[in-house]
Write a new protein. Structure first.
Length: 485
């Protein structure tokens, strides 16, 4: 069954260990660093009841209806329906919640499509994974993930770091489960979720078996703590001044696992680098990440382009030919982002070994390269369009409430069709989207949320069809000889 926003908020009061500004956070739902952002996530859950036809699905073998993100698409139509569900939620958050609950839900559904890749000599995690998918779907649970070892010395394997337990590893095996110790980065929204899936997407040699483990644990499991980054929500002086940071700060944290016990039934891959790799790359899990991420990215570019249009109109430059060129460029980028989603769905391919389809991998993975390139260009174009208006803004909404200052702002800050309040409101939103610390984090997010480029870009070659392109060039070469002159 699907949850309400209240169900989600109630579940957050479970004693989880979150550190922020030297203090332990007591209750996310009331804390100034989290309360509005968790409310935004709760609003997503509430949207489900308003749009059940888009956001839910009946899934064979699972008590439902469940969130559509947990559905395993069997046909192109089901895959497209999943894309529409991603679009609806991402529009509700303007593309600024990267790790909304549907992100990881769809990857878990991807893993459950071919659980057999986890049936290995030594350990078979396939039944655990299937049971996990069912439990997460039936509970409409919010899963975060930490897949990357902390950035300590990237020239060395996890076992070669200056201490044994810096990267998460198995430290004990018991009859009823395993004990893990170490850290993982970056847990986006992990502090706001119900469970964290730990895994590894990067290939590791057999010598690193202790570090090759995948499992899921509740966020409040004993031994787990989150060291949160600066809270943009807490620093946001008001919703009017920082409309995005104050409400859509999904939080990022170093996640420390200090002798965390994991029962066997929650383990998916155990001391097995191949199984860890297969969990993401031999199932539709990674391409499902990309399907969601690309849909959200398309929405974010739509939103940013909308801001650019409003800013150009507010400055009354919208009809100037060079400005039309700038807006045209933005529209071309929005449609590039859209085309990648539509094409990956339209060209969907069968999942080997399963009665299911997945987005066309080579097309979908193009987003991995295109997204990080496009995002800074979009931001740059909006900054160029907006000029000094992004900076010449009163310090806070309070200036508009103070009659002496409001009189000055009313006289000197306005545009055709915009009084001081509406112009300041628009430009403050634009600043939060392109220039604030929150905006800076999004710039970095769009570059790295899929992992490091040297890890994910080779996937384009591995999972794509480079031979086809080489053959085309080869056919041209074969068409003439030295003797042809
Ligand atoms: C805002 C944000 C949120 C994120 N959220 C999550 C999340 O929720 N869950 C999660 O699991 N991950 C998440 N990530 C991704 C993850 O934590 C890493 O940031 C990402 O995998 C990149 O790894 P890294 O930062 O350690 O970069 P590194 O691997 O250190 O790479 C940084 C740069 O160093 C160079 N470099 C390093 N090693 C090599 C090499 N072997 N070959 C060539 N060049 C190299 C390259 O220039 C590379 O771009 C997030 C990242 C960001 C920025």
């Amino acid at each position: 069954m699907t949850r309400t926003g209240k169900d989600y908020l109630d579940a957050l009061r479970d004693g989880r260990t979150i550190w922020l500004d030297g203090e332990r956070v007591d209750d996310l739902t009331t804390h100034p660093a989290f309360r509005r952002s968790v409310r935004s996530i709760a609003d997503l859950y509430d949207l489900t009841a308003e749009h059940p036809e888009t956001l839910t699905a009946s899934v064979p073998g699972v008590d439902g209806p469940v969130s559509r993100a947990y559905q395993i698409p069997r046909t192109k139509d089901e895959l497209k329906a999943k894309g529409r569900a991603f679009k609806l939620w991402s529009e509700a958050t303007f593309g600024f919640l990267g790790r909304s609950p549907d992100y990881m839900a769809s990857a878990v559904a991807g893993m459950a499509t071919v659980p057999g890749v986890l049936a290995r000599d030594g350990f078979d995690g396939s039944a655990n994974l299937l049971a996990h998918w069912r439990r997460m779907a039936e509970g409409d649970l919010y899963q975060a993930h930490t897949l990357v070892n902390p950035q300590i010395d990237r020239t060395k394997a996890p076992s070669e770091q200056m201490e044994d337990d810096l990267c998460l590893r198995v430290v004990a095996e018991r009859d009823d489960g395993i004990v893990v110790r170490g850290a993982k980065m970056i847990g986006t929204a992990a502090a706001l979720a119900d469970e964290i899936l730990v895994g590894v997407t990067q290939r590791m040699p057999p010598s690193e078996a202790d570090y090759a483990v995948s499992f899921s644990v509740p966020v409040a499991a004993p031994g787990i703590s989150f060291v949160s980054r600066t809270s943009y929500e807490a620093r946001a002086t008001s919703v009017f001044d920082y409309p995005l940071a104050s409400r859509l700060d999904e939080n990022d944290a170093l996640v420390v696992y200090d002798d965390v016990f994991v029962p066997w039934e929650r383990v998916f891959a155990y001391r097995d680098p191949e199984a860890c790799h297969a969990q993401f790359w031999k199932t539709p899990a990674f391409v499902s990440f990309v399907h969601h991420g690309a849909t959200r990215f398309w929405t974010k570019l739509e939103f940013l382009t909308g801001i650019a249009i409003l800013v150009a109109k507010a400055n009354n430059v919208y009809d100037m030919p060079p400005v039309r060129m700038q807006i045209g460029k933005l529209l071309s980028w929005v449609n590039t982002a859209k085309a990648l989603v539509v094409a990956a769905e339209e060209l969907c391919e069968p999942v080997p070994g399963a009665d299911a389809v997945m987005p066309h991998r080579e097309t979908a993975y193009a987003q991995l390269a295109v997204g990080p390139d496009l995002y800074p260009k979009v931001i740059n174009e909006i900054k160029l369009l907006a000029g000094g208006g992004l900076i010449q803004l009163p310090s806070s909404y309070r200036d508009l409430l103070r009659p002496e200052v409001a009189a000055l702002l009313g006289k000197y800050v306005k545009s055709p069709g915009y009084d001081a309040e509406s112009r300041i409101k628009l430009f403050k939103l634009a600043w939060d989207a392109v220039g604030s610390e929150f905006a800076g984090r999004h710039d970095q997010y769009e570059r790295f949320y899929h992992g490091a480029p040297h890890v994910y870009l080779p996937a384009l070659v591995r999972e794509g069809d480079p031979g086809r392109y080489a053959a085309l060039a080869g056919r041209c070469l074969d068409g003439y000889e030295l003797e042809d002159g």
